[in-house]
Write a protein that binds this ligand. Structure first.
Ligand SMILES: Cc1cc2nc3c(=O)[nH]c(=O)nc-3n(C[C@H](O)[C@H](O)[C@H](O)COP(=O)(O)OP(=O)(O)OC[C@H]3O[C@@H](n4cnc5c(N)ncnc54)[C@H](O)[C@@H]3O)c2cc1C
Length: 457
C-alpha cells in the first residue's frame, strides 16, 4: 500500500505532525503506525491485588499506544527553551516558542481551555532565588492534569480518525530507502511513501539506533541525569508550588561547578517505583483529584553526566548505578537527610521516628554507597541552598530516595528541517534526542509537517 506520508509512532510528536498535515492538506494520504493500542484500550495489568508489579507485557500500556509516553502523565506542557529539549538549536528560539504556543492553543481547543497556566513572569521568587545562588528557569506551564490530558487526546483522536489511517498494534520493524522514498516493513506487510516521519520516543530508542545504523545516519551520544527524589512535607514548598506549580531551579555547586537542578515537582504527590528494563528507579506523581492528594511534595534533584571519549555510553553508566542501588536495597533505597549527613545508614527504626511519612515503601539504606561522591556532594550542597528559600528543606527528616535516573536517546544528526541525511526522512520528538518533553516533541511534529506542506511538489 502506498501513502503520501508515513508517520511512525503516535505519541505527541506523531499526533501533532498528523494533525497539522491533515488539517491543512486534507487531500494527503497519511498513515500513522503505532506499536501500542488505541487510547481506550491502554490498560496496565497491575491492579495492586492479583498483579502487584510489572509482568513485562510485550508492549507496555503505559509507554506505548495513542498518546505515547505522556498519555497518563500529569500533562505539564512547559513553554520554554530553557529546558525540555534543544529544539531551538535547530529551528531558532522564536520559532520554537511560537510552535509551543500553537500546541497550547490546540490543547485548549480540544478540551484544555479550563486548565491553569502558571508562569514565572513577574514572580518575586526569581529574585529570592538569585539572592541565594539559585536560578529559577523561565517558563509558562499549562498543567492539564492526568484527567484533562486524557480528554484532550481523546478529542484529538476523534478529529483525526477519519482523516488519517491509523494502524494500531503494528510495530514497524525496519525502514528501507527506495528510489523515490521509503518502504516500511511490519511483521507481515510493507507500505511505501515518498516521505517518512519517525517519532518513536524513548521506548523506541533501541529501534531508532538500528534504523540509523541500517541507513548510515550519524548519531551522537547524549547525557544521562542522575540523582535522588526528595520528599518533604508539602507546606515547605507551598509558597513555590502554589504560585508556579513547578519551579525549575538550578544551582551551580561551589566545589565542582556542576549544575544540580530540580525536576518534576509533584505537590501533594506520591513517590513511585519505575521499572526500566528490569531496573527499578524512582519517580513521582501528583493528582488533580483532591481525595488522592497527600501531605507531601516530592521532586528530583539531578546532575547531568555526558561521556564522550573513550567511554561514550552515558545511559550504560546510569544503568550501572541504578543496578548497584537495586543490589544493595533490592529496589529503591530511602535515607533520611540527617542520617546521610551523619554518615550512617537509615534503618527501619530511624525511619519509624521520621516525622516525614514516606509515600513509597523503600528499603532504608545508605545512598553514599551508591551515588558517586561528586554527584552526592552536589546534591547535599543544593539541599542547603534550597533551605534558604524553602526553610525546612535541610531538616533531618527530609527523605531522599535513590536512585532517580533520566535516560536520553542518542542524538540523531538532523539539519534545520529535522531532516536526516536522506531527503524526505525526518526524525522528531524524543526519539531524535533533540526533545525531552511534551511541548517540544509536539512542536517538532508541527514544524516538520509545515516544512512538508511548504515544499509539496
Ligand atoms: C510517567 C511520565 C510522565 C511524564 N510527564 C511529563 C510531563 O508532565 N511533561 C512533559 O513535558 N513531559 C512528560 N513526560 C515526557 C513526555 O511524555 C515525552 O517527552 C513525550 O511523550 C515525547 O513524545 P514523543 O512523541 O517524542 O514520544 P512518545 O510519547 O514516547 O511516543 C512514541 C510512540 O512511538 C511508538 N513506537 C515506538 N517504536 C515504534 C515502532 N517501531 N513502530 C511503531 N510505533 C513505535 C510508541 O509505542 C509510542 O507510543 C513524561 C513521561 C513519562 C513516562
Amino acid at each position: 500500500m502506498s501513502f503520501d506520508i508515513i508517520i511512525i509512532g503516535a505519541g505527541p510528536g506523531g499526533i501533532f505532525s498528523a494533525y497539522e498535515l491533515a488539517m491543512h492538506a486534507p487531500d494527503l494520504k497519511i498513515a500513522v503506525f503505532e506499536e501500542g493500542r488505541r487510547l481506550e484500550q491502554r490498560k496496565c495489568p497491575i491492579d495492586g491485588k492479583k498483579v502487584k508489579s510489572c509482568i513485562h507485557c510485550p508492549t507496555c500500556a503505559i509507554m506505548n499506544g495513542f498518546g505515547g509516553a505522556g498519555a497518563f502523565s500529569d500533562g505539564k506542557y512547559n513553554i520554554t527553551n530553557d529546558f525540555g529539549g534543544t529544539l531551538y538549536e535547530h529551528i531558532g528560539r522564536e520559532e520554537a516558542t511560537h510552535l509551543m504556543e500553537y500546541v497550547d492553543e490546540i490543547n485548549c481547543r480540544f478540551g484544555g481551555a479550563e486548565t491553569k497556566m502558571y508562569s514565572t513572569a513577574g514572580t518575586d521568587f526569581k529574585k529570592k532565588c538569585m539572592q541565594n545562588g539559585l536560578t529559577l528557569l523561565d517558563a509558562s506551564v499549562r498543567h492539564l492534569g492526568t484527567d484533562i490530558n486524557y480528554i484532550v487526546l481523546q478529542h484529538l483522536y476523534d478529529e483525526l480518525k477519519d482523516k488519517v489511517t491509523f494502524f494500531f498494534e503494528t510495530p514497524i520493524e525496519s525502514v528501507e530507502k527506495t528510489g523515490d522514498g521509503y518502504k516500511v516493513h511490519t511483521a507481515d506487510a510493507e507500505y511505501e511513501a515518498p516521505r517518512c516521519i519517525i517519532s518513536v520516543g524513548r521506548s523506541g530508542s533501541k529501534w531508532m539506533e538500528t534504523v540509523c545504523k541500517d541507513l548510515c545516519i550519524p548519531t551522537m551520544s547524549n547525557r544521562v541525569d542522575l540523582g535522588v527524589r526528595v520528599e518533604v512535607p508539602a507546606p515547605i514548598f507551598e509558597h513555590i508550588t502554589d504560585e508556579l506549580y513547578e519551579g525549575k531551579i538550578v544551582y551551580r555547586t561551589e566545589k565542582y561547578e556542576d549544575n544540580v537542578r530540580t525536576f518534576c515537582m509533584n505537590p501533594h504527590g506520591i513517590v513511585v517505583n519505575e521499572n526500566t528494563n528490569g531496573i527499578v528507579t524512582v519517580n513521582g506523581h501528583s493528582f488533580e483529584d483532591e481525595d488522592k492528594k497527600t501531605d507531601n511534595t516530592n521532586f528530583a534533584l539531578l546532575v547531568s553526566k555526558h561521556f564522550s571519549e573513550p567511554f561514550k555510553d552515558s545511559n550504560g553508566y546510569g544503568e550501572s548505578i541504578a543496578r548497584l542501588s537495586n543490589m544493595l536495597g533490592e529496589g529503591v533505597i530511602v535515607q533520611r537527610f540527617g542520617d546521610l549527613e551523619r554518615g550512617r545508614r537509615s534503618t527501619e527504626e530511624r525511619m519509624a521516628e521520621s516525622r516525614t511519612i514516606p509515600t513509597l515503601k523503600a528499603t532504608p539504606g545508605d545512598l553514599s554507597l551508591v551515588l558517586p561522591k561528586r554527584i552526592l556532594d552536589g546534591i547535599i550542597e543544593m539541599i542547603y541552598a534550597l533551605d534558604k528559600i524553602a526553610p525546612g528543606m535541610a531538616n533531618d527528616d527530609t527523605l531522599l530516595y535513590g536512585v532517580e535516573v533520566k535516560f536520553y536517546n542518542m542524538e540523531v544528526e538532523l539539519d534545520e528541517n529535522l531532516e536526516t541525511c536522506h531527503k524526505g526522512l525526518f526524525v522528531i520528538g524524543d526519539g531524535s534526542g533533540v526533545t525531552h518533553s511534551l511541548s517540544h516533541a509536539s512542536a517538532s511534529g508541527v514544524y516538520v509537517a509545515r516544512h512538508i506542506l511548504e515544499n509539496r511538489a
